[in-house]
Structures are given as C-alpha cells and as structure tokens.
Design a protein around this ligand. Sequence first.
Ligand code: ZN
Length: 374
Amino acid sequence: MRQDIKLFKVIGIQISIDYSWFIIFALVAWSLAQGYFPYFRPGLTVGSYWFMGFLSSLLLFASVVVHELCHSYVAKRMGVDIKEITLFIFGGVAQLSREPDRAEEELKIAIAGPAASIALAVFFFLLTKAVATLHPTSIFIDIFRYTFIINIVLAVFNLIPGFPLDGGRILRAIWWWKTADLERATQVASNAGKAFSTFLIFLGILQILRLNIIGGVWAILIGMFLRQAAESSYQQLVVKRILWGIKVRDIMTRDPVAVDSTMPLERVVEEYFFHHPYVSYPVLEGGKVIGLLTLQDIRRVPKEEWGRLTAGEVVERLDEDLFLHPDDRVSEALEKMINLGRGRLVVVEGERLTGIVTRRDIMKLLEVRRIVGG
Ligand SMILES: [Zn+2]
C-alpha cells in the first residue's frame, strides 16, 4: 500500500500527498532560499530568502494541484470519476476510476492540465508586471516571477510526447482517433516515453561527466521514473484488454458455502474447514454478509476459546465498498484487490450473497486467454 497523507477535498476529490513530497518541498525551499533568490535579488536578509523560498514552494505546490484538478474537472464532466489526487515526487497523479472510453475524451482530459499551467503562467506574468509597477522593490516580484517560470516548466515538461505524461496521452489519443486501435496507440506512446527517458538518462550521464552532479542525478532519476511508468502503463492496458467485457458474474464461484454468525468456532472448524476445500467462508448475519472468515482469523483465537466465541465475533467486519456486484468488470475487481491488498472479494446483489471471486480466478483467466487467445 502507498503511504500518503490526506490533506483536503475540492469538488469532491481527495487531495493527498506522498511522503516524498516533503523531501521535494524542503529541497525546493532550500535551493530557492540558498541559491536562486540570493543570485537574482542580492542584498536581502537570510530570513527574507527563507520566507521567499517557503512561499514559492507553496505556490509550486498549489500550481501542481490546480494542474491536476483541471484534468479531474474535465474527466468528471466526461463521466470519468476521480477519487483522489496524490502529489508525489515528480508532480501529481489524478487517479481516474477507469480509462476514458473514447479518444476525444482522453484528448480533452490530457490537454486540460497543461492548459491550466499555461493559464497560471500568464496570470503570474501579469501579476509580476503589476506588482513591479506598483511596488518596484517588493520581494513578491521575484516570488511571482518564479511561479510564472515554474508553470511554464510544468506545462512544457508535461507536454513531452511520451506516455504516461500528458503529451504522451495526447499523442495516444490522436493515434487512437486516427486508427481506432487503442492498444497500438498505447504502444506507440509508451515507446515514445521510453525513448525520451533514455534520452534523459543519457543527458544526465553527460551532465555528471561535466561535473554538474545534481542536475545530472535529477535527469537520471526522472528518466528512470518515466521509463518504469511507460512500461507498467502499457502492461496494465494489455491486462485490461484481455479482461475487456468480462463481468464478475462470468467468473465468480456461485452460491459459496457460508457460515452463520452465531455458530461457535469449534463447529465452524469441524463442519466447514475440515469438510470443504475452501480457505475462507462468508459469514452471514440475518442473511446479510458481514465478512469473510479465514483460517488466520481462527488461528488468532486460543483453542480454549473456540467453544465460546462465534464466527460473527471473530470475523473482520467488511465495509460495503469492499463488496463486488455481479455486473462489475473483472478488471475493476482486480484493481480493487490490488489497491486493497486482498486476495478475495465477496459478490453481493442487493443484500444477498451471490458469489466469491479470488485473485487466483482472475490470474487463471488471464493465463488461459493469453494462451488460447480471444
Ligand atoms: Zn498533467
């Protein structure tokens, strides 16, 4: 599971930051306070430089949030739900609940972010000019000018045509539009991403040879990150493609053997775990599923207690969003399992238990489809 901190909600979207962001925040503030501002605006106190560095970092952070929010806003209008935006070491990632269905949607969602950055750049450019006219000695001139530059950098970097950057998404959308072949389009865009990452790594090595160590290390790190992202997003698409159109009801184990919540553990072990080949059993309370009883749950209870405690008292109670519906897509079920770190999920229709799906079921399906095709 990823480690992130939830900050606040805007238009129903949770904004979170990854721990790596604190490192970036501190690094940016430090390099601005120690290097950038003293160079461009000499003669101020150390305190002023730190204030400028801190405020500029906050504005950078806000600029990234606005960029991501604009992607999300457009996505929401297209009917693609966004649950969370996580800011991590190289900017932000909006977690789309699904991939867009049409090239046009993807194009609009992808363009929204860089468009926002360009709009912010224009805004801060004008603000810099305005403050410079009214208060020619204000330190805010330098802070706003930095924010203007950083938004240009954000727009340009994100427009690089390599998947999964925005530019790569735009390239993919156009290719997809022209050829109607999403898989091929993704391959082209992710190859472009890999080519660009190789170029960045090469550039980084060159910088290090020229003794620009910090710049070189940055270029190599970003290059490696992009390379990995380009590869994994292509693989994800292939998996989604194979699972396309398959519903949970097509692969679930129907009417799984369930345990009543009032049954003592002793009887559960004897009558269920010893008699059936399954490793976990849904627990029903008044006909409603409340959880999945596993061997681990039972192992946690001392044997002397098995006659006294019931299945309902021992089982971990599940939230409703941990359930699947028979009409859910298998690709969504797999994503849910990966995100939650769970190997099996219960399928519920209304309040009635209808099935169970395991990660192994999905893996088997992937394997078969890969070999047999279809
Ligand atoms: Zn973006």
